[in-house]
Design a protein around this ligand. Structure first.
Ligand code: GP9
Ligand code: MN
Length: 635
């Protein structure tokens, strides 16, 4: 009897005890993190329970790998797995603070960008983050303290088997209950937060790896017959150009101004009695400018690159990572390629490294003739530099001479950087006070927006003086939100209203301004998104698009679709908003009553279909089977 008790004590003091302790620690750490650090929209008891149990199965299972090793190695393995899990969790916490999203494998390839991020990443760390590592240090301590004991201990065969069986039982019950609550969870997984909510951080990581592998095998399996189905879809969803606008900018130059992090709420917004963006505000009222005030960004993890990807191709960015990086070598029929046939030269201007977002590779495949990156600019004066390259004022100034080297008509894009998270700016350069919410990203946001506004005004002055203003169409668009929904508390102070789901969705509006010499301007309330820009611009240039594989429609067309899909399957429209599994009446802000439910479901299915078709084109690299004049290329 005595012996038995003694033996048991040795076991629990030994490796098994440490294993169970580690399971318990990582379980609790993960649960508390999931509960407090992410906005998962957990509702009801079942979802609460799932959130609690989902890390347990993973912890038991993943840490049990240690049992496969002998002696000291057991403990080393346990420590290794534990540390990796902790890092995965912590990395997601930091990532989430800015992106309100989870890391996917393809975003890890984007780390080539992170070198340039420096300050932005540092701004995301907090002093309390040390708590994510205390438990790891403790386990290391245990390892050292119990070194002798651990050498001798044998765990036997039974306990590991019991642990694994128990883990599998928990995980499968978890999956079963999750599927009950959210049918097709794994099939329709546009929204990563659902996977984390139902299955937990670690299962999400596994799910994401499988998805990534699937996407990369899709290209190998695709062939020319896949294109036919896509063309049928795009042709039947095509919106014919509006004759009142078609060709209004024919043969004119095109200048895109990519307005970093500019959101629509800034237009006409007053801070302490002052306009934040007086120049953009004046443009919104310009007689030759159309200002779209219900225009949404549709970007996801690719941020800036997603915005560019959409406006050059009218294809959606990918659900995971940035297509600029993972699909840089695909065949595209982007705007520069299309316009080459109409005699256009094309160029991008950007005062940052050319490799950022893999631009130097993908721009070639978009058909750009020139890419003026940081090498083309004088970046020697540190005072002129922002986190991501040359500040907007010197950038536009130095761009003038480069622009003048281009034969006309040209198609160009200028990518600004000064108004970028964390919106820090040398106070000598600012001309408006910070806001005073106490949230530094929000408070700084207005100063860099004002600076960008002034830089645009200076560029317009040049365009007017050089005469380009009279034969150039100028398209200005915000690329994505600058203030993520993690800052909604501070935003409530700024807006003076509660940030409800509807208000939050409307904060995803970005300004779109299209100036065409001689065109009748005005404020346009049409719902649309970045996917719609390319067909709109091509039609204004007098270029037909019915043979193009585009998934957006001309904003000025009578047949334009006002259902604006977001990358996670949510959508907005003039009547219904679909947000995180709920349908809202746009006018009342209330959950939709059952009479309209069927209609909403239909729209939702349409959105899903559109996203899926677009993903097929990008993942399958299907444009290699399609000529730009609309013929299927047989292999
Ligand atoms: C840098 C830039 C920023 O070159 O365009 O990209 P973002 O971080 O906004 O996606
Ligand atoms: Mn950006």
């Amino acid at each position: 009897m005595k012996d038995l008790v003694g033996k048991k004590r040795v076991q629990l003091n030994g490796f098994l005890g440490i294993y169970l302790l580690a399971v318990f620690m990582i379980w609790m750490k993960t649960y508390l993190t999931q509960l407090t650090q992410f906005e998962l929209g957990v509702e009801g008891t079942l979802q609460q329970i799932l959130l609690l149990i989902n890390p347990l199965g993973s912890a038991l299972l993943l840490l049990s790998v240690a049992f496969l090793f002998r002696g000291k190695r057991k403990m080393s393995m346990l420590l290794l797995v534990y540390t990796l899990m902790s890092f995965l969790l912590f990395a997601n916490v930091v990532y989430y603070r800015f992106f309100s999203d989870f890391i996917t494998l393809p975003t890890i390839y984007q780390t080539q960008n992170f070198g340039d991020l420096g300050g932005s990443v540092l701004a995301l760390f907090r002093g309390t983050d040390i708590f994510y590592f205390v438990d790891i240090a403790f386990l290391f301590y245990v390892r050292i303290a119990k070194k002798q004991q651990l050498k001798l201990v044998k765990t036997g065969f039974v306990m590991p088997v019991v642990a694994v069986a128990f883990a599998l039982m928990i995980s499968s019950t978890n999956l079963y209950l999750a599927e009950e609550d959210r049918p097709d969870l794994l099939v329709r997984g546009f929204d990563r937060s659902y996977i984390v909510k139902y299955l937990g951080m670690y299962n999400y990581a596994i799910y994401d790896s499988v998805k990534t592998a699937e996407a990369s095998s899709e290209r190998a399996l695709a062939d020319s017959s896949d294109v036919t189905e896509i063309i049928n879809y795009t042709k039947s969803n095509h919106a014919d150009p509006n004759p009142a606008y078609f060709g209004l900018a024919k043969d004119m130059n095109v200048i895109y101004l990519h307005l970093e992090s500019m959101q629509t709420f800034l237009i006409d917004h007053q801070l302490n009695g002052q306009e934040v963006t007086p120049f953009l505000n004046s443009l919104a009222k310009n007689e030759n400018t159309l200002y779209f005030d219900s225009f949404y960004h549709q970007t996801a993890q690719g941020k800036t690159s997603d915005a560019e990807f959409m406006l050059e191709n009218a294809l959606f960015g990918l659900p995971q990572g940035s297509a600029f990086i993972t699909k840089g070598q695909n065949t595209y029929q982007a705007a520069p390629t299309i316009l080459k046939d109409y005699g256009y030269t094309s160029a991008v201007f950007h005062g940052n490294n050319g490799s950022f977002w893999n631009r130097n590779v993908i721009y070639n495949n978009f058909g750009y003739d020139e890419f003026f990156d940081a090498n083309a600019y004088d970046t020697s004066d540190p005072k002129n530099m922002a986190e991501y390259g040359l500040l907007d004022k010197p950038f536009f100034e130095q761009s003038q001479a480069l622009l003048e080297t281009l034969p006309q008509p040209f198609y160009t894009k200028f990518i600004t950087v000064a108004h970028h998270f964390p919106y820090k700016m040398d106070q000598e350069l600012t001309t408006i006070e910070k806001a005073t919410t106490g949230d530094s990203s929000v408070d700084n946001y207005f100063q860099t927006a004002r600076y960008a506004d002034e830089a645009i005004e200076e560029f317009f002055t040049y365009l007017k003086e050089s005469g380009l203003y009279d034969n150039t169409m100028i398209v200005m668009y915000g690329d994505h939100y600058g203030i993520s929904d993690n800052h909604n508390r501070a935003m409530e102070q700024i807006l003076g209203e509660e940030v409800t789901p509807i208000v939050n969705a409307d904060l995803q509006r970005v300004p779109l301004l299209i100036y065409v010499p001689g065109m009748e301007g005005g404020i346009n309330h049409t719902y649309g998104g970045q996917m719609d820009l390319l067909p709109t611009v091509l039609h204004l240039l007098g270029v037909e698009t019915q043979n193009n594989i585009h998934f957006g429609t001309d904003l000025l067309s009578e047949d334009h679709s006002q259902v604006v899909p977001f990358r996670n399957g949510n959508f907005v429209s003039p009547t219904i908003y679909s947000l995180d599994g709920k349908y809202y009446d746009r006018q009342t802000g209330l959950i939709l009553d059952s009479s309209q439910y069927e209609h909403a479901e239909k729209l939702s299915a349409m959105v899903e279909e559109k996203l899926n078709y677009s993903d097929k084109v990008v993942n399958g690299d299907l444009l290699r089977f399609y000529s730009k004049d609309g013929k299927v290329i047989e292999e």
